[in-house]
Design a protein around this ligand. Structure first.
Ligand code: GDP
Length: 419
């Protein structure tokens, strides 16, 4: 009679007698039951990183595999975060065949009654959570919507918002979220540090800059100066505002008298580094000149560095994005940060660094706002356009009155921040 194969023989047989590596098993094949969340890019790098972190959390909560649709300007930024697999949307993913005819979540909501009664739900759905200025309600934070979304195998997410506070509003996620984040203001800090590891190319730039300029400094102060509209306030006003903030909170010393030639060459004094991130060279130049020409009242030497000044935001440009990522990462290594209002670039830097920044007030004309900046209550990014609709009560609500761990943002009065 034929001998029964031993377990070892079976294992050997499955692995084609050693041709396949032992980690290869059924579970490593895609199974048709998997559900996916496909992240797509919107806006600048800061916006992309906050939505990617939010998407990751949403994928975890809904048992979906997170895939990312990266363009040429994103490929060189990050390492693959998940061992033994790739988060890149594969070329053979069915999405590519259907992408021109995919239904939207909005349409599905409108037709939901009709469709559900016929049991018709799409295989793919575009979930648009982009910001809107018209107070438009997308009901994403309602349990009923989640019950519907849960039935769709592939969600294509399009968003530029940190919609994590919405996830905390959804009753069916509450328990898991409270287990995952006993401290609510650490959500991005943990998710971001899990997901975003600089690629070798970015790490080379980060570590070289850090070693050359920052590593030996007693203290590192980061200034992130994002100017959306150069006509609203001059560079001069914003520099003076930033300086007023640094002085008021004792982040940098005031200048004293002009330096003598001998003082300019003194080396062995306590020193602080100022890392300036801005599209404009004026900021680094003005501060560098000021601290080079004058002594400081504390006797400290202030060294000012600005890694780049790109002039403007450039889309679809990989080198530009690597510079942005390098600066975000370097800012996150500082001891204290001053950031610009409503800037997601600044949010990523302070959240990754586990820092509560001083956020500049919006300046108009020549007037320096008083106070020039306010300390953020939290390390979390701000959700700029959160919902205002109470799904249970069917009326408008201020969610800070329902959740003690949500507060309005210092820089965006209607926004919400987890604290
Ligand atoms: P936000 O517009 O401030 O919310 O930030 P985003 O990161 O979403 O978009 C701004 C984009 O402009 C960045 O991604 C960069 O491409 C560019 N940018 C803005 N500020 C800086 C800066 O300080 N340094 C560099 N290198 N790029 C910047």
């Amino acid at each position: 009679p034929k001998k029964k194969p031993s377990p070892i023989t079976i294992a050997n047989d499955q692995l084609l007698d050693g041709l396949l590596v032992s980690a290869f098993d059924e579970a490593s094949c895609l199974t048709t039951n998997c559900k996916y969340l496909v992240w797509t890019a919107s806006n600048g790098l800061g916006n992309r990183m906050i939505t990617l972190a939010a998407a990751f959390l949403y994928a975890i909560l809904t048992d979906r595999v997170l895939l990312v649709k990266f363009g040429i300007d994103m490929f060189a930024l990050f390492c693959e975060p998940f061992p033994d697999s790739s988060w890149l949307l594969p070329r053979n993913f069915p999405y590519w065949k259907h992408h021109k005819h995919i239904e939207t979540y909005e349409n599905m909501l409108m037709n939901s009654k009709k469709n559900r009664s016929k049991g018709l739900l799409p295989q793919f759905l575009i979930l648009n959570l982009q910001h809107t200025h018209d107070g438009h309600n997308n009901f994403f934070h309602c349990d009923q919507s989640q019950a519907l979304l849960q039935k769709v195998p592939v969600l294509i997410l399009s968003s530029d918002q940190y919609f994590v506070p919405s996830l905390f509003m959804i009753p069916s996620f509450t328990q898991e979220l409270s287990k995952m984040f006993p401290k609510k203001d650490t959500v991005f800090h943990h998710l971001g540090r899990y997901l975003f590891h600089p690629s070798n190319q970015a790490w080379e730039l980060i570590s070289r800059f850090y070693e050359e300029h920052l590593s030996k400094e007693n203290e590192k102060i980061g200034l992130q100066i994002r100017v959306y509209n150069t006509h609203r306030a001059s560079h001069e006003t914003i520099i003076n505002e930033t300086l007023a903030c640094t002085l008021q909170h004792k982040l940098l010393p005031d200048i004293g008298v002009p330096k003598t030639a001998a003082e300019s060459h003194l080396k062995k004094q306590a020193s602080k580094a100022v890392l300036v991130a801005s599209l404009y060279s004026e900021y680094g130049e003005k501060l560098r000149t000021m601290y080079k020409a004058n002594t400081t009242v504390t006797g400290e030497v202030i060294n000012v560095y600005q890694p780049s000044h790109e002039g403007r935001q450039k889309s679809n440009n990989d080198t530009h994005n690597i510079k942005a990522w390098t600066e975000i990462y370097l800012l996150s290594l500082c001891d204290a940060l001053i950031t610009s209002p409503k800037s997601t670039f600044g949010y990523v830097a302070h959240s990754l660094g586990g820092l509560k920044p001083w956020i500049l007030e919006r300046a108009y004309g020549e007037t320096i706002p008083n106070p020039p900046c306010r300390r953020s209550k939290s390390m979390e990014p701000c959700f700029h356009y959160p919902p205002k609709y109470d799904c249970m009560a069917n009326n408008t609500v201020d969610f800070t009155s329902l959740f003690h761990h949500m507060k309005h943002c210092e820089d965006v009065s209607n926004g919400l921040r987890l604290v």
